[in-house]
Design a protein around this ligand. Structure first.
Ligand code: AMP
Length: 470
């Protein structure tokens, strides 16, 4: 498929695509759109940056227009579930951009903002509703929304939903949907739990997949600096001053840690902002917009808050703290080197616990990362690092860079997953900030969130009549 014309999309949609300057369908679009136009359920393996949003939004819009009926009050015809507020907002923007000539009615149901406006937006019924699972269930339980009119259901970033502990919420949502519907599921990876879920909720799905053009590891210069714990803030400030940085994303493990880093950077004369679950949605949107526009060069984030961040031109990712789940490292560094660019990922590693995390990461990515030792001599003795004994039963990382084809492969051998608490019955706000290891042997393939589309901008923002001002 070399042009969008060949799909035979409704004229108002085609016009919007011309205006968006979409000339050629991406591989995931070329595979998905014809099948979805025929009403097939689809399981798609694709990362962000592959054009997967349009791959599901365009055929759904086309089919919606083919039978333009007024949505019933407190109902939606299209339901898209996504793991984060930011991603949900971006998906809604995409629907509104592609549907700009058809006066699409749409709404967003995300946590972190008051529910009243969302309740009012849904009240007359909307054609498209994009939601995070927790808030969606709150709306359903509060009788503000019925799911029995859903004709099209999309589950986006299913593997991240699983990582974030949303699997039970998703099952609850699916149980409320009509049996007769079209379902599209997208995921960057296909751990067993997601494959099982797909098996249960899709009807004879067509399978589509795209592989990244190159792995993240090939285009990202990764470095580890061993440092005394107390020296991390000073070192970070030094790095941010020394390195040639366009945009830097600094990761911390906790919300409190993110705020502390911002304060310390301010003392060193470096302007930075934090985003995490304690910040209001308005704050997050403002900060993200400033980061996108280049007004802010340094953003400090927790993993969960960073999940929906979709910004090109991040030249540096700095792991102020190493993540305790090795897959998270791959997600983090995949924020740089997008759209074919080069990137730098620097990890500050202090103490024995973080050395353990580093070993897990190296095992997963099958690369021994170059290390620079800036610890004070006393600390070196206290925490011997590089030469730690190899644990039996676990393959040692190879002391050279992975070959390209290998960097896509899962690490062989058993992997230990650290968990830090479940979410049983936790309210949505708690669900947002927990860190969970992937379930059931989630494998590492396809974790390299590599974008191959130029992402100078998202589809143009288009406010619709139901959207709230931000
Ligand atoms: P996604 O993977 O859906 O997050 O899309 C990545 C980026 O690519 C977004 O900024 C889209 O607007 C853009 N995009 C999607 N499809 C196309 C296309 N066929 N041509 C050009 N840009 C596209």
């Amino acid at each position: 498929m070399t042009s969008f014309q060949e799909f035979g999309l409704a004229d108002p949609i085609s016009r919007a695509l011309v205006e968006e300057n979409y000339l050629t369908p991406t591989p995931i679009q070329a595979q998905t759109i014809p099948l979805a136009l025929n009403g097939r359920d689809i399981v798609g393996i694709a990362q962000t940056g592959t054009g997967k949003t349009a791959a599901f939004a365009l055929p759904i819009l086309h089919r919606l227009l083919g039978n333009r009926v007024r949505p019933q009050p407190k109902s939606c015809r299209v339901l898209v579930l996504s793991p984060t507020r930011e991603l949900s907002g971006q998906i809604l923007d995409s629907f509104n951009a592609y549907g700009r000539h058809v006066r699409l009615s749409s709404a967003l149901a995300i946590g972190g903002v008051p529910m009243g406006r969302q309740v009012r937006a849904i009240m007359p019924g909307v054609e498209v509703l994009v939601a995070t699972p927790g808030r969606l269930l709150d709306l359903v339980q509060g009788n503000a929304l019925k799911l029995n009119q859903v004709e099209f259901f999309v589950l986006d970033e299913a593997d991240r939903m699983l990582d974030m502990g949303f699997i039970n919420d998703i099952r609850k949502v699916v149980a409320k949907l009509p049996k007769l519907r079209q379902t599209l599921l997208f995921s960057a990876t296909m751990p067993k739990d997601i494959a099982d879920l797909a098996e249960q909720m899709l009807r004879d799905p067509a399978r589509v997949a795209v592989t990244p053009v190159s792995s993240t590891a090939e285009r990202i210069t990764q470095r580890v600096i061993q440092v005394d714990h107390a020296a991390k803030p000073t070192l970070l400030a030094q790095l941010l001053k020394q390195e040639k940085i366009d945009r830097a994303l600094v990761f911390t493990r906790t919300k409190h840690g993110a705020d502390k880093v911002v304060k310390n950077l301010a003392k060193a004369g470096i302007a930075a902002n934090a985003i995490h679950g304690n910040k209001s949605q308005n704050h997050r949107e403002r900060v993200l917009a400033a980061f996108r526009s280049g007004e802010i060069r340094t953003l400090v984030a927790t993993d969960i808050a960073a999940r929906g961040i979709d910004v090109d031109g991040i030249s540096h990712v700095v792991n102020f703290d190493l993540p305790n789940v090795p897959e998270t490292y791959v997600h983090r560094i995949g924020r740089t080197a997008r759209a074919g660019a080069e990137g730098v990922a620097i990890s500050l590693v202090a103490g024995g616990e973080e050395m353990g995390y580093l070993r897990d990461i190296e095992r997963l990515i099958r690369v021994a990362l170059p290390r620079e030792d800036r610890r004070t001599p006393g600390q070196r003795e206290a925490a011997p690092a590089a030469a730690t004994p190899h644990r039996p039963g676990r393959p040692a990382p190879r002391p050279h860079a992975a070959r390209p084809h290998e960097s896509n492969s899962p690490a062989k051998g058993p992997r230990r997953h650290r968990r830090s608490g479940g979410n049983n019955g936790a309210p949505p706000s708690h669900r947002q900030e927990q860190h969970r290891a992937p379930h059931g042997g989630g494998r590492a393939e396809g974790l390299q969130g590599v974008a191959f589309l130029h992402r100078e901008s998202r589809p143009h923002r288009q406010r619709n009549r139901n959207q709230q001002p931000s």
